[in-house]
Design a protein around this ligand. Sequence first.
Ligand code: A2P
Length: 334
Amino acid sequence: MSKEYNVAIAGATGAVGIEMIKTLEQRNFPVKNLRLLASARSVGKKLTYKGSEIAVEELTENSFKDIDIALFSAGGDISKKFRNAVVESGAVMIDNSSAFRMDDDVPLVVPEVNPEDVQKHNGVIANPNCSTIIMLVAVAPLHRAKGLKRLIAATYQATSGAGAQGMDELDIQTRQILANENIEPKAFAHRIAFNLIPHIDSFYDNGYTKEELKMLFESRKMLHLPELMVSCTCVRVPVMRAHSEALNLEFDQDITPDEAREILVNSPGVTVIDDPDNNVYPMPVDATNQDNILVGRIRQDISRNDKRGLDIFVAGDQVLKGAALNAVQIAELL
Ligand code: A2P
């Protein structure tokens, strides 16, 4: 019989946690026992896995006895607080927060990008930032073929990036505005319904946000390109759960749109959706609930007088490939 694993999900009641449960089920991950952990507030709740109800338990230092794999998505502070308890119990932590991503002894992994790095772990593997995952699934195969030099990104990020509370806020505010009621922003700095907000995470002195610099530093780490030049503007948009990104890419070698399409069609985790004459291109509604990253609008950058620049547009489900699915794929690699 093939080996089965005891799996814990910390943050099981959250937007990503719920998707982790579904993803384990859908991918038939060899789960022996599944332990669902959240705050004391959720004790008494039951969640369904493979047709059976599992009671949510309070996350404590004692939650990891006999656990092989602990998937964490309850925020960075919780990950930091429980790291030792997980590692000392002999489990491997796959952490969705940004707490350990840039630590030298923590691999940061997207299976389609740098699966080999998973082997270097010391008990913790980090799941990258959602926008970085969605971007690199499309960019890494082009980089392998032509050498990526510089990347300029503008993102259109869904409210799911702020968890269940972010999605609720879009839903509630949209109804309130249509009903002419007063709104009170909570999950975001400003109203998100019928608006967009060029601000995700906190600002640094250089004018960039933490989210924007995650895309820079995490891309360098995963592509093993410490000199890669990246600049981003990250924007929250009133979309429920799929992120989109406009990417301008510069390569060391010439690359035509046809070559890029050929590479991308043969790349795992990518679906090329690129038929502008028939209004076919990636959109967040089509990326929702899809495992693959949609890539289209592939064209030569006409601002250059060579063939080393490409513009592409990508869309990917933030909760799935941006978080839960990637974490489960890391567990599969293990
Ligand atoms: P709970 O539902 O009990 O608050 P989201 O990112 O969608 O907001 O989800 C956050 C997840 O992290 C939820 O499962 C939430 O559980 C969990 N969580 C938040 N704070 C804690 C805490 N102090 N201890 C354990 N789990 C927590």
